[in-house]
Design a protein around this ligand. Structure first.
Ligand SMILES: Nc1ncnc2c1ncn2[C@@H]1O[C@H](COP(=O)(O)OP(=O)(O)O)[C@@H](O)[C@H]1O
Ligand SMILES: [Mg+2]
Length: 253
C-alpha cells in the first residue's frame, strides 16, 4: 500500500498552548482511520492543518507524496482532499440540487465565479456530477427540497455530498454524527462504510462515539494533549492502558 497522507513532526501552537505536538500520522490508500481523543486533544486542529485552514508552527504534510504545506485551502481541495465539517457549508435557501450543483461546478472548474459563463458547454458534466453525488448520499429523490427544510440528518448528508462533489481521494470528516438521532447516526455510519468500500475513498474520521469508531475503523490513532499516544487496529487500541488512562473518568472503551 502507498501512503496517501503523511504528517511529519507536525506542531501547532496557539500562543503558549501546544495543540498538536510533533504528530506523525500516516494514512494508506483505501484505509479508514479514526482519530479519537478527549475534548481539546487537538483533533480538529490536526484536520484544519491538513486542509490548510490553519498554518503549522513546525513540520510537514505530504499528500500523495507531495508537500502541501505551501498550498491554499482551495488548492488542497483541487488536489483531492475533501472535508465534511460540523460547520455548515450549505446554502439553506437553495434546493438540495442547487447546493450540489454549486459544489460540482466548483469541482469541474476550480472557481465557478469566473468560469460560469465560459464553460456553459460543459454543463452536462456538472449536472451528471451533481446527480451522482446526490445518488451517493441518498438524496436524489429530495433534490427539489429547500436545504433549510431537510431533516437534520439529511442536512449532514448534503454536507457530505458537497464534500464528495470535488471527487476527493481522501475525505476528512470531523464528527459527522454529532447531534444526530440514533437512526440518523446509523444511516450515516452505513454511508461512511459505503463510501470507503464502493467509492474507494480513503477516510480520516474524527468521531466521539466509540461504538462507531470500533466498528468502522481499519486503524485508530489516539490523540491526547496534542500527541499520538496509541495507534493500531481497533482491538489493539481498545486494550491499550495509556488509552484507558487518557479517557479516565470519561468514555468507557
Ligand atoms: N483558533 C484557536 N485559537 C486558540 N486556541 C485554539 C484554537 N483552536 C483550538 N485551540 C485550542 O487547541 C486545543 C485543541 O483544540 P481542538 O483541536 O479543537 O481539540 P479537539 O478537536 O480534539 O476537541 C484546545 O486546547 C483548544 O482550546
Ligand atoms: Mg474538535
Amino acid at each position: 500500500m502507498t501512503a496517501i497522507l503523511e504528517t511529519r513532526d507536525l506542531v501547532k501552537e496557539f500562543g503558549g498552548l501546544v495543540a498538536t505536538d510533533h504528530v506523525n500520522l500516516t494514512i494508506e490508500e483505501g484505509e479508514l482511520v479514526s482519530l479519537i481523543g478527549p475534548n481539546g486533544a487537538g483533533k480538529s486542529t490536526l484536520i484544519n492543518l491538513i486542509t490548510r485552514m490553519l498554518e503549522e508552527t513546525e513540520g510537514e504534510i505530504f499528500f500523495e507524496g507531495d508537500p502541501i504545506t505551501d498550498l491554499e485551502p482551495h488548492e488542497v481541495v483541487q488536489r483531492g482532499i475533501g472535508k465534511s465539517f460540523q460547520t455548515a457549508s450549505i446554502f439553506p435557501e437553495l434546493t438540495v440540487e442547487e447546493n450540489a450543483n454549486i459544489a460540482s461546478f466548483g469541482a469541474e472548474h476550480g472557481s465557478f465565479r469566473f468560469n460560469f459563463l465560459k464553460h456553459r458547454s460543459s454543463y452536462p458534466a456538472v449536472q451528471q456530477r451533481t446527480l451522482d453525488t446526490l445518488e451517493a448520499v441518498g438524496l436524489r429523490s429530495q433534490k427539489d427540497t429547500t436545504a433549510a427544510d431537510l431533516p437534520y440528518g439529511d442536512k449532514r448528508r448534503l454536507e457530505i455530498g458537497i464534500a464528495l462533489a470535488s471527487e476527493p481521494a481522501l475525505l476528512l470528516m470531523d464528527e459527522p454524527t454529532a447531534g444526530m438521532s440514533p437512526e440518523e447516526t446509523q444511516s450515516t455510519v452505513e454511508l461512511i462504510e459505503d463510501l470507503q468500500e464502493e467509492m474507494d475513498l480513503t477516510i480520516l474520521l474524527v468521531e466521539h462515539d466509540m461504538e462507531i469508531v470500533f466498528s468502522v475503523s481499519d486503524r485508530i490513532a489516539v490523540l491526547n494533549r496534542g500527541s499520538i499516544i496509541a495507534e493500531g487496529p481497533p482491538d489493539e487500541v481498545q486494550g491499550d492502558p495509556s488509552v484507558q488512562e487518557a479517557y479516565l473518568g470519561g468514555v468507557e472503551l
